[in-house]
Design a protein around this ligand. Structure first.
Ligand code: F3S
Length: 404
């Protein structure tokens, strides 16, 4: 792997121990993936959370004198101040880890957005821009919807990129690796954003390989929430860091371009029956619920506005948590949405992920959500879920049960 003289000096420690340590990791990764050189990313996002491993690595970098030359945005962990007041006291040792991790990242020079949708606000890439993004729901969005270029970084490798200002050039950073090899014919009906959750969950069940898929048969451009849902589920049910949609995503003006003029290696058809199979498998039967949890990925202002419309003056009978970025929460307050949701008995919560131990009061209980990714992570925490569209989930939280 070619390194410039300066990069060799960085590796040798002339620019400090944190830079040398980061370079060692990145050059090692580059060699594994046959990178021939390092390139400069325009943006970095680190999927840190409130856990011991994240704290350990960030603190190690800090103690080695690390400083980010590209300020990364950061993933959510928990807003313990709000949760302590409105849900239940977070045990002191968890709170301590979150405080220390946030403190370490702040000192390293991160931009503390604490949100998993940086591509909507604050860290929005351009077409063709090189990135080092971690966060499984963010990488498909930036690669596919914007046509920016990021591999699926880990939180550690992304922090290394922020410290060195470099990233090894391999995988999805290279034009030749961004072409589709699997043709997916969508024959299922796509009527709302929830159908994109089902489509994203369905595809890896039918083809679970590393190749990039191109979806054909989608007539109408999904809205940002549809794209968010689609990518989040593709990269949870499977490991799809990039996809194309014929005539819609920027690197797929037509099938020939998306497939690089070649025949697809495999063809997949997705029908309404596949959606029904997914619903039968993961969405759960009608029945009582104890809580509702939304915002995996963090909800947009438009989704919060939809809740207010559906509420139409009614109240929730179960706990309702809507997770979003602090920027969207502030906008929701300015727009009057927060007041409406609070008066209905619900909460808008910033800085927090569904996959954190703060949800312990709901362990063993049943909730409703619109997100299979939320169900996937929190099932491991012994929380059970019924999955429905945003509208039906909100209706369930008003009724205290999923009726159909
Ligand atoms: Fe975001 Fe956490 Fe879900 S980072 S996508 S809320 S698992």
């Amino acid at each position: 792997m070619f390194l410039t003289e300066k990069q060799q000096d960085m590796l040798a420690g002339k620019y400090g121990e944190a830079v040398a340590y980061s370079m060692k990791i990145q050059v090692g990764m580059g060699r594994i993936f046959n990178a021939t050189r390092m390139v400069v990313p325009g943006r970095v996002h680190v999927a840190m959370g409130g856990c011991m491993a994240d704290y350990w690595f960030a603190n190690k970098m800090l103690n080695l004198g690390g400083k980010c030359v590209i300020s990364p945005t950061t993933n959510p962990s928990m807003d313990f101040c709000y949760l302590n007041k409105h849900l239940a006291k977070i045990p002191d040792d968890w709170e301590d880890i979150v405080r220390k991790t946030n403190d370490a990242y702040t000192k390293l020079g991160a931009t503390m957005t604490l949100s998993c949708t940086p591509y909507l606000q604050q860290n929005v890439p351009a077409f063709g821009e090189i990135l080092a993004f971690s966060e499984s729901s963010a990488t498909p969005y930036v690669n596919s919807v914007y046509g920016a270029r990021s591999n699926r970084e880990s939180s550690q490798s992304a922090l290394c990129a922020a410290i060195t200002g470099l990233v090894p050039e391999y995988g999805l950073l290279l034009e030749e690796n961004r072409k589709a090899e699997i043709l997916v014919e969508v024959q299922a009906d796509l009527n709302d954003d929830f159908d994109y959750q089902l489509l994203g969950w369905s595809y890896p069940l039918k083809y679970n390989g590393p190749e990039i898929p191109v979806f054909s048969g989608i007539e109408k451009r999904p809205n940002p929430e549809g794209f968010m849902n689609f990518g989040a589920q593709l990269n949870t049910s499977g490991a799809v860091a990039m996809y194309h949609i014929e005539g819609i995503t920027p690197e797929a003006p037509d099938l020939k371009t998306a497939l690089n003029g070649k025949e697809p290696k495999s063809r997949v058809v997705i029908t309404n029956k596949d959606f029904d199979d997914v619903k039968n498998k993961i969405c759960g039967e009608p029945g009582k619920i104890d809580f509702a949890l939304f915002g995996c990925p963090h909800w947009s202002l438009s989704q919060i506005a939809d809740v207010c419309k559906i509420l139409n003056g009614r109240k929730f009978v179960v706990d309702v948590w809507i997770l979003t970025s602090f920027m969207t929460k502030e906008l929701a307050a300015r727009m009057g949405y927060q007041k409406i949701i609070n008066e209905a008995g619900g909460h808008i919560l910033a800085d927090t992920c569904v996959d954190e131990p703060c949800w312990w009061p709901y362990y063993g209980k049943t909730g409703v959500s619109d997100s299979p990714k939320c169900m996937y992570y929190d099932t491991m925490r012994d929380m059970k879920f019924k999955l429905r569209s945003l509208k039906d989930s909100i209706e369930a939280a008003i009724a205290g049960e999923v009726k159909r």
